[in-house]
Design a protein around this ligand. Structure first.
Ligand SMILES: O=C(O)[C@H](O)CO
Length: 340
């Protein structure tokens, strides 16, 4: 009878069926049903490997709902003002976010996607390669071999420093620091030490790393790898004070951001033999001018910011960046969202 639970149940069953049927027909005959979501987004592509010129970016970003950028684009108040109030999502194809004005983005309620984890293996691998190239003087050695410097076998010629029995220090322990240590362990490293704003017990346990002060990190490390993000706190943190405490046989490696190093201080430390060598994948500025003093040093190996440059990783980064953007535009949780 009307009013009873059974009636309500039947009515709601009929209603659900009707709804289901109507919606099915609608989707079946709606052209948009056959179009994947990404095609329903209108987008403009900067189809070049060179960075988009600033003026072009300021012009093209106007009225956009989302923006996908790489680390060469400085996303600051000027870009966000040019974009206007439509902009809801920013997706950067990078794990680093020092090119983004976080305060400005937060103020405007713009969500941010980034690409951690997918590049950890590639960056760790390159860091190890750079460390070995620097400590075993590979670049100098190939140069000597090619240019006639290779004479008879000589006892101390091109001797470097080995990892076996060494202490490796990590400045800023995160996923990448752990991945570097995991790869270095088979080289018979004796001890891993690290410093950070606070101890990171879960990560440290994975590599049996000891938490130490910055001073101790400098004094004890035979190899010191900077793996920290560039923040106002870490800006120029690898400076004269740090280098002056390091062993004269130690090797400094940086695959994080050039801004964490005071390059004048590093030049002095390297040119005076205060430390044995440095391997840098990142510098300030990028590209580093070819007449920069650091390029004159044999004990400094400089790479052009290629730590994540493997086909697999760059593909994974771009897919993740696109998926972050689409999820953000749909108002859904992003696969990797930067908490603000
Ligand atoms: O921040 C990053 O993602 C790296 O520096 C480049 O891959």
């Amino acid at each position: 009878p009307p009013g009873s639970t059974l009636f309500n149940l039947q009515v709601s069953q009929y209603f659900c069926f009707f709804l289901y049927f109507t919606l099915s027909l609608f989707f079946l005959f709606s052209p948009s049903f056959f179009i994947p979501t990404f095609l329903r987004v209108q987008f403009e592509l900067w189809d070049s490997d060179d960075p988009v010129p600033r003026q072009e970016l300021l012009k093209k970003v106007r009225g956009c709902d989302g923006l996908l950028c790489v680390l060469t684009e400085k996303i600051d108040a000027e870009v966000l003002d040019a974009a206007g109030p439509n902009l809801k999502v920013l997706s950067t194809m990078s794990v680093g976010f020092d090119h983004l004005s976080l305060d400005e983005l937060k103020k405007r309620g713009i969500r941010i996607g980034y690409t951690p984890e997918v590049l950890t293996d590639a960056v760790a691998e390159l860091t190890v390669a750079l460390l070995l190239a620097t400590s075993r003087r590979l670049i100098e050695a190939t140069h000597e071999a090619k240019t006639g410097g290779w004479g008879t076998w000589r006892t101390l010629w091109l001797c470097g420093h080995e990892l076996a029995d060494s202490t490796v220090g990590i400045l800023g322990l995160g996923r990448i620091g752990v991945a570097i240590a995991e790869r270095l362990k088979p080289f018979k490293v004796k001890k891993f030490i690290y410093t950070d704003v606070e101890p990171r017990p879960e990560l440290a346990e994975m590599i049996q790393a000891e938490y130490v002060s910055m001073d101790e990190l400098a004094r004890r490390s035979d190899f010191l790898a900077a793996c920290c993000a560039l923040t106002p706190e870490t800006q120029g943190i690898c400076n004269k004070k740090l280098f002056s405490k390091m062993k004269s046989t130690s090797i400094f490696i940086n695959t994080s951001r050039g801004g964490v190093v005071n390059q004048e201080d590093l030049y002095e430390a390297l040119s005076t033999g205060r430390i044995a060598g440095a391997g840098l994948d990142v510098t300030v500025p990028e590209p580093l001018p070819t007449n920069h003093p650091l390029f004159t040093l044999k004990n400094c190996v400089i790479l052009p910011h290629i730590a994540s440059a493997s086909y697999t990783t760059r593909n994974a980064m771009s897919a993740l960046a696109a998926n972050n953007l689409l999820a953000g535009l749909r108002g859904e949780p992003m696969p990797k969202e930067l908490p603000l």
